[in-house]
Design a protein around this ligand. Structure first.
Ligand code: C5P
Length: 224
């Protein structure tokens, strides 16, 4: 039988990463950060000078890409061709470019098998965080969640995250980028950011993330 599949979707800065990481650790589940996969594609395209709307080149790139996740201490690291790109893929430029490449159907389709394989390789269960996990990647997930928060709170979280990594950007810039990225992600033709009908929705503007983790864990335990 397959591992227990948990889908966590929502916009940027809703707390998905923090919540998924804590939940994965508590449950002993694997964690698949699908945003990191799109970020790796964007980084590779950037490095190779491939235009973000060049479908033929993007498809060829996907045939060469090697992505692995590795837990180091408390952190989930991303390896692209064996190189740790965990910090590099968080740069604001890569965020915007990831949003661009992720709107190409050829990229989304090309990454489906990889996302599913990384999850199905897990022993006990897997948590996938992204935008279209509950709707497209695993429509039959065992538990689906959609995390939301006000755009101000989401921008503040992202701002603090970047600040801790030594990236100094104004809160206004972070908010503007985020509004743009949310709009692009929600209005694209293929697999837009959208809650699955059967997803449990939580607003992390009114709940501390520790409480969100608690509620998700409770829901999952009931279905395990
Ligand atoms: O979650 P994160 O901010 O790292 O995702 C980066 C970008 O990748 C998003 O803005 C979105 O455009 C894209 N993405 C996606 N589908 C997913 C995960 C991420 O389109 N499942």
């Amino acid at each position: 039988s397959r591992p227990f599949i948990v889908a966590i979707d929502g916009p940027a800065g809703a707390g998905k990463s923090t919540v998924s990481k804590l939940l994965a650790r508590r449950l002993g589940f694997a964690l698949v950060d699908t945003g990191a996969i799109y970020r790796c594609v964007a980084l590779m395209a950037q490095r190779e000078g491939i235009a973000f709307d060049d479908d033929a080149q993007l498809e060829a790139l996907l045939g060469r890409i090697h992505i692995h996740f590795q837990v180091v201490g408390e952190e989930n690291h991303v390896l692209l061709d064996g190189q740790d790109v965990s910090s590099e893929i968080r740069a604001p430029e890569v965020s915007m470019n990831a949003s661009q490449v992720s709107s190409r159907p050829v990229v989304r389709t090309g990454l489906l098998a990889l996302q599913r394989r990384l999850a199905l390789e897990a022993e006990k269960g897997a948590i996938l965080e992204g935008r279209d996990i509950g709707t497209v990647v695993f429509p039959d997930a065992d538990a689906k969640f959609f995390l939301e928060a006000s755009s101000e709170i989401r921008a503040r979280r992202r701002y603090e995250e970047l600040f801790q990594k030594g990236v100094e950007r104004s809160l206004e810039d972070v908010l503007a980028d985020q509004v743009q990225r949310d709009r692009d992600d929600s209005t694209r033709a293929v697999a837009p950011l959208k809650a699955a009908e059967d997803a449990v929705r939580l607003d992390s503007s009114v709940l501390p993330l520790s409480e969100v983790v608690h509620q998700l864990e409770h829901e999952i335990q009931q279905r395990l």
